[in-house]
Write a protein that binds this ligand. Structure first.
Ligand code: CMP
Length: 136
């Protein structure tokens, strides 16, 4: 049975700043995702705090929110079969030093903070995150 899904993907400031957006998008498209919508934006720290609300209690929350709001980002809705899981596979482990060969974070990530991309981790969060950036 087919399970076409949408997931939210973010190309983070470290990757946008190094002009890697096009290269990362090519890799996404190679992996048979359709980029359904995309926009390049810069967000305020307050918005980043709202976006990463689930991590509120973590020790890295403040730095994480400062970082996401520190420069331009590219937000995209990606669509394909099992998009959420497939995008997580394509991104690789959160910590680039632990990510597998061939993954985006292994190739482009600098550190656990500057790990180049974000992707939704569940259908519930995909919907929340897509609405966060794209709801009219
Ligand atoms: P992301 O997938 O965007 O979701 C939350 C982010 O927090 C994660 O990627 C990392 O960039 C960042 N982060 C920083 N420190 C940690 C940590 N110790 N564990 C998990 N995520 C972390």
């Amino acid at each position: 049975m087919s399970n076409t899904e949408q997931t939210l993907s973010i190309i983070k400031p470290d990757a946008v700043e190094r002009n890697l957006s096009e290269e990362i998008k090519e890799k996404i498209i190679e992996n048979i995702f359709k980029i359904f919508k995309e926009k390049k934006i810069k967000i305020e720290k307050q918005e980043a705090e709202k976006f990463y609300q689930v991590h509120q209690s973590k020790p890295f929350y403040n730095d994480l929110c400062s970082y996401l709001s520190s420069g331009a980002i590219v937000v995209m809705i990606l669509e394909r079969e099992n998009a959420i899981l497939e995008n997580r596979k394509l991104m690789g482990a959160t910590d680039p030093s632990k990510a597998e060969d061939g993954t985006i974070r292994k190739k482009y990530g600098i550190s656990i903070d500057k790990n180049s991309v974000h992707g939704s981790d569940s259908p519930e969060n995909a919907k929340i995150e897509i609405d966060f950036f794209f709801k009219e």
